[in-house]
Design a protein around this ligand. Structure first.
Ligand code: FDA
Length: 531
């Protein structure tokens, strides 16, 4: 006869317990947070709170680490990760964290280039919003509700499910999160026609420092303005945005054409500066510059990558006239739907054949070593300046540049319409370096290369202040210790990201979060208190 042994009973009991309750031994911070969180949400909430002793802690943390530089054993880890499943969970997380005095990091898609959503050198919590991912598309009124934890790929897919003639102007990487991307401005390859993502906002929801869930009406126009490009993290937890969809044609055209330094690339890039920002606003013509070895010789490759909201014949005849140096031919072009063009821009060259569902893949726990920086160009760089830039890139050997044209709709929007003031610039530069090896020495070398190139570019880029794009996070331009000099420290990077709009952001910050609960290394400071 089969008898039930005590060890087997224990095993059954073990299986019936929630995993998290087994693995979080006496930990005063965890216990205190969990007690408060469970009371406020009126349910036991252990499954949404992870301390470092939880076996799932590492996988939850790593899932949305997108820069491998911050995925090492020596990278500081949060004391708790909280993964809310509802707005009331977010509200409870804010209220229960406040008395514990930890830095409160907010993460949606985890694409912050310097890892500010999941790393801190002070004790910290991570509020991970990846479970709040609803996207609701309403074609009748041409709007969508997009939750902070949704990815851009999910947004594009859900629009495509409902309509082949609507899109949304946002970034080109499908795993970028809505929460960071939209609160920091958000741009993509339709910016010349429709502006930034934040130029297409209707409403938003946020949890403020008092745990209140506010919409545009209840938060007021100041706070709504601030979270439309000023970075959500300084003001509250953004839950999501209601956005206006934009019309796209049934057929669009993409192409990629390469040239090299020794065969006309200097002239082509020089001329591009007067065409990219001024041409037909249906055309977004990006220029990628990369030092490469070709036929055993060091050179620079200039790659023109384009989205044209129209047919191939039209863009070929347009560019034959405006930029003959590119030598664009119809064979270089592919016509497809707008959604397929989003896949193509994500380097899926077989975009017309692959399953659209690939955009629902969040590609968890995938990261590479990288550094990014940014600049803006207000006046064209002379031809010999482009030639000297190519020479410098070859000398450095690794850092690439991306020139993103502005103009069109961007130039028509007032500099204070949203916190991002760089509306009249000709183009934005992204400095880009990726590498494979986990080595402090290699990292130091590549970070240094990007800084040297940034310093070399001083002569060609915007001045007083030199401008930068918040979503191309770069802690090299200044960080805030949130001590007595917080305002002065904040002004350094704040003026670069926001220009004169920094002043309004500081006033709003001071009004909505005077205790500076919502902060990170580059958040908006409060006004200094008068002694
Ligand atoms: P993440 O979760 O790391 O958040 C970024 C910042 O926003 C952090 O400070 C975080 O605390 C804060 N935050 C996040 N969610 C919040 C919320 N709900 N409430 C308040 N604060 C919140 N940009 C662009 O404009 N166009 C582009 O095409 C691209 N392409 C691109 C490709 C790749 C591969 C990467 C890694 C990045 C980009 N970006 C970009 C930059 C991207 O827009 C930027 O990193 C966004 O801030 C990322 O938002 P996530 O939510 O993914 O990041």
């Amino acid at each position: 006869m089969l008898t039930t042994r005590p060890s087997f009973v224990f095993f059954l009991l073990f299986l019936s317990l929630p995993l998290s309750s087994l693995s979080q031994p006496s930990n005063p911070v965890y216990n205190s947070f969990l007690k408060c969180f469970s009371e406020k949400t009126k349910t036991p909430q252990a499954q949404n709170v992870f301390s470092q002793s939880n076996p799932s802690f590492s996988s939850v943390l790593r899932a949305y680490i997108r820069n491998a530089r911050f995925n090492t054993s020596s990278t500081p880890k949060p004391t708790l990760i909280i993964t809310p499943r509802s707005y009331s969970h977010v509200s409870a997380a804010v209220l229960c964290s406040k008395p514990l005095n930890f830095v409160f990091k907010i993460r949606s898609g985890g694409h912050d280039y310097d890892g500010l959503s999941y790393v801190s050198d002070k004790p910290f919590f991570v509020l991970d919003l990846s479970n709040l991912r609803d996207v609701t598309v309403n074609i009748a009124d041409q709007t969508a509700w997009i939750s902070a934890g949704a990815t851009l790929g999910e947004v594009y897919y859900r629009i495509w499910e409902k309509s082949k003639v609507h899109g949304f102007p946002a970034g080109v990487c499908p795993t970028v999160g809505v929460g960071g991307h939209l609160s920091g401005g958000g741009y993509g390859n339709m910016l010349r026609k429709f502006g930034l993502s934040v130029d297409n906002l209707i409403d938003a929801k946020i949890v403020d420092v008092n745990g209140r869930i506010l919409d545009r009406k209840s938060m007021g126009e100041d706070l709504f303005w601030a979270i439309s490009g000023g970075g959500g993290v300084s003001f509250g937890v953004v839950l999501g945005y209601k956005v206006k969809l934009v019309p796209v044609p049934r057929v669009v055209t993409v192409f990629r054409v390469e040239q090299f330094m020794e065969s006309g690339a200097v002239d082509m890039v020089h001329k591009w500066q007067s065409v990219g920002p001024r041409t037909d606003r249906n055309l977004f013509l990006r220029m990628l510059l990369q030092p490469v070895t070709r036929n055993k010789v060091q050179t620079v490759r200039a790659t023109a990558v384009a989205l044209f909201l129209g047919r191939a014949d039209d863009v070929v005849s347009l560019l034959r006239k405006e930029l003959p140096e590119l030598a664009l031919k119809k064979e270089n072009c592919t016509e497809m739907t707008w959604f397929q063009s989003a896949l193509w821009w994500d380097n899926r060259l077989n975009a017309t054949q692959i399953d659209p569902k690939v955009f629902l893949d969040r590609n968890l726990d995938s990261s590479r070593f990288l550094k990014r920086k940014s600049d803006y160009v207000a006046t064209e760089i002379p031809r010999d300046g482009i030639a000297s830039l190519f020479k410098k890139m070859i000398e450095l050997g690794k850092v690439g540049l991306v020139f993103n044209p502005y103009g069109g709709k961007m130039a028509e929007i007032a500099e204070d319409a949203t916190p991002l003031p760089h509306r009249k610039m000709l183009f934005k530069i992204q400095y880009s370096v990726n590498w494979q090896e986990s080595s402090p020495e290699i990292e130091k070398g590549f970070l240094n290369q990007s800084r040297v190139l940034h310093s070399f570019m001083t002569q060609f880029v915007s001045k007083n202040p030199r401008r930068a794009y918040l979503n191309y996070r770069d802690v090299d331009i200044g960080v805030n210790d949130h001590g007595p000099n917080s305002y002065e420290e904040g002004e350094v990077y704040g003026r670069m990201y926001f220009g004169k709009n920094f002043d309004r952001l500081v006033k709003i910050k001071t009004a909505v979060d005077p205790g500076n609960f919502f902060r990170n290394e580059q958040s908006i400071p409060t006004l200094p208190s008068k002694a």
